[in-house]
Design a protein around this ligand. Structure first.
Ligand SMILES: Nc1ncnc2c1ncn2[C@@H]1O[C@H](COP(=O)(O)OP(=O)(O)OP(=O)(O)O)[C@@H](O)[C@H]1O
Ligand SMILES: [Mg+2]
Length: 430
């Protein structure tokens, strides 16, 4: 038989320590860039290639918090395993190997865990576990049963976040069970990253960020006025509306389209117009459009384009001086569901307070949008003379992303029941 050579990274000493000391269930809490993804790819390859199973391929599942992360692993593994792949399908999320090995991919965003039901694995890898909103249900209701047939093992990898991932971490850390092992490393434990580079990167970062993101220590994730932000990052950006496949009474597959709402903060002079799109079926921010063009016609055209794409049910727009004119123009070109918002100190505080509660209670998820995260982290509350609070960005900074988000979320904080309706584009697969 012809020998095939695969390019698999040799593990560094700390990754190897984890492998050598692994138990049945392993929780790996590390700072950024420790090498979690490289380790995960290694674990997948070893299992699918049947390295400890006389070369007979095994079944392994890779789960991650969002589609983009899953896709990265997909391409990395296609690249490594190319010579031994017999079949692959991105839509089905699977790669089949010449020796019978099988790799499944699941994005745990938007009920993705349901597609793992009914399958069995020798190994489950759950990447970015701390950022999976429904990790507890995913593991306890689905993944643990997936591992039953073959008495499979599991690896939970993530930057440290104090949620269910932390509960799992404590199982191994406190030695409550011989089956659970926990490991903790910092970015400095990756020998491929220079210490002086990390020292420079973290020099001006807040201590809480350094501890959690770089040193791999569990903090509270409370970095500003908006709490629990790190834990709220499970959403995925999209340019189109999406649908779920559900069964009708006859057992046929039917597409059920998600519903959307918009929040629009209009540019006044030197600042930005921001349109935030929330998927109100899942309460996830899925799209943000930010631009600094104050020409009314341009702004309205841009709003209309997104409106035609997502068909939002409610479009909340701030009714300042600019707003009155823009709202009129929006109505004239057929935009429906417009809700104008009059900003006063009281009304602004109310929508910002609702947003704070939403993050704190995990009712809303966002995706990694640099400007939004920055604004959320620096947003301040200032005490006014009479003792009341005024929320705003620090002087010289912007708050249009936060305001647009608060406007978009404002009708949802009151909504209890949501109906579903159909729009015209979809995305399936991984
Ligand atoms: N064993 C290894 N051999 C060679 N390079 C490695 C190894 N482990 C990690 N690296 C390199 O270190 C960097 C970080 O690795 P990786 O992406 O796996 O980290 P991570 O912990 O998943 O990071 P993040 O928190 O950003 O997801 C990458 O450039 C990767 O190629
Ligand atoms: Mg990674």
């Amino acid at each position: 038989m012809r020998a095939v050579k695969l390019k698999i990274n040799k593990l560094h000493a700390n990754q190897k320590f984890i492998l050598d000391n692994a138990g049945k269930y392993n929780v790996i809490a590390c700072g950024r860039r420790f090498g979690k993804t490289v380790l995960a790819a290694h674990l997948i390859c070893m299992c699918a290639l049947g390295v400890e199973n006389k070369g007979k391929g095994q079944k392994v599942a890779y789960f991650a918090n969002k589609y983009g992360t899953v896709l990265e692993m997909w391409y990395a593994l296609i690249n490594i395993l190319k010579p031994v792949i017999t079949h692959y399908s991105k839509t089905d999320g699977r790669i089949e190997l010449i020796n019978g090995g099988l790799i499944y991919f699941f994005s745990l965003h938007n009920k993705g865990i349901d597609s793992a039901r009914g399958k069995s694995f020798h190994r489950a890898i759950v990447d970015e576990s701390g950022f999976i909103r429904e990790l507890e249900a995913a593991f306890e209701n689905v993944i643990s049963a997936n591992l039953a047939d073959y008495d499979g093992d599991a690896y939970f990898l993530s930057s440290p976040v104090k949620n269910y991932f932390y509960t799992l971490f404590l199982r191994g850390k406190e030695g409550k069970s011989e089956h659970w092992k926990s490991f903790q490393y910092s970015i400095y434990d990756n020998p491929y990253i220079k210490k002086e580079v990390v020292d420079r990167l973290i020099e001006f970062l807040p201590e809480s960020v350094v501890n959690q993101e770089y040193l791999g220590q569990f903090g509270d994730g409370d970095l500003g006025l908006f709490k629990n932000l790190l834990n709220s990052m499970g959403a995925e950006q999209t340019d189109k509306p999406i649908f779920d496949i559900e069964k009708d009474e006859k057992g046929n597959d039917v597409k059920v389209w998600h519903e959307y709402v918009f929040g629009i903060d209009l540019a006044k002079s030197h600042d930005f117009t921001v349109i935030t799109v929330i998927d109100s079926t899942t309460n996830e921010v899925v799209h943000i459009d930010r631009f600094n063009e104050i020409d009314y016609t341009f702004q309205v055209d841009r709003i209309k384009k997104l409106y035609d794409t997502f068909s939002p049910k409610i479009v909340t727009v701030e009714e300042n001086n600019v707003g009155v004119v823009v709202i009129e123009m929006m109505k004239r070109i057929g935009i429906k569901g417009i809700k104008s918002f009059k900003t006063t100190n009281v009304s602004k505080n109310e929508i910002i307070d609702n947003l704070r509660v939403a993050f704190e209670k995990g009712l809303l998820a966002i995706f990694e949008h640099k400007q939004l995260l920055h604004e959320l982290n620096v947003f301040e509350a200032k005490e006014l003379k009479g003792g009341s609070l005024a929320y705003e960005a620090p002087s010289g900074d912007f708050d249009d992303c936060v305001m647009s988000l608060a406007l978009a979320y404002s009708p949802l904080s009151l909504t209890k029941k949501k109906e579903k309706r159909k729009v015209f584009f979809g995305r399936m697969g991984l």
